[in-house]
Design a protein around this ligand. Structure first.
Ligand SMILES: [Zn+2]
Length: 103
């Protein structure tokens, strides 16, 4: 079972490590690689903990950076770029409409 506090610390840890990695990428991956902080030992094997349809907490341990599993990560928030929004708009209820990307 994961608490919101643990998931917050997990997110913060991943943010710090990706910042370190981005800095290393900026240097062109020069040797030696940067020192990374070790994974917090109390966050190893952190369970998803989301409420399932049965009402029990989810026990999945394979979690993403947000601390949730593949089923409980939340819905997609949709297309972000203008091109993506246009493309998704073409998937509407007008199948006979000429699609612009096919010319
Ligand atoms: Zn889950």
């Amino acid at each position: 079972m994961s608490t919101p506090e643990q998931r917050k610390r997990l997110k913060a840890f991943y943010e710090r490590s990706s910042a370190t990695h981005a800095e290393w990428a900026e240097r062109g991956y020069q040797y030696p690689p940067p020192k990374t902080e070790p994974f917090p030992p109390d966050l190893i094997g952190l369970e998803c903990g989301a409420k399932t349809r049965a009402g029990t907490p989810c026990k999945q341990k394979a979690t993403y950076e947000n601390g949730r599993c593949k089923w409980h990560g939340g819905c997609s928030t949709g297309a972000k770029t203008e091109e993506g929004k246009k493309r998704s708009a073409m998937n509407g209820n007008c199948p006979k409409k000429k699609r612009s990307h096919r010319g």
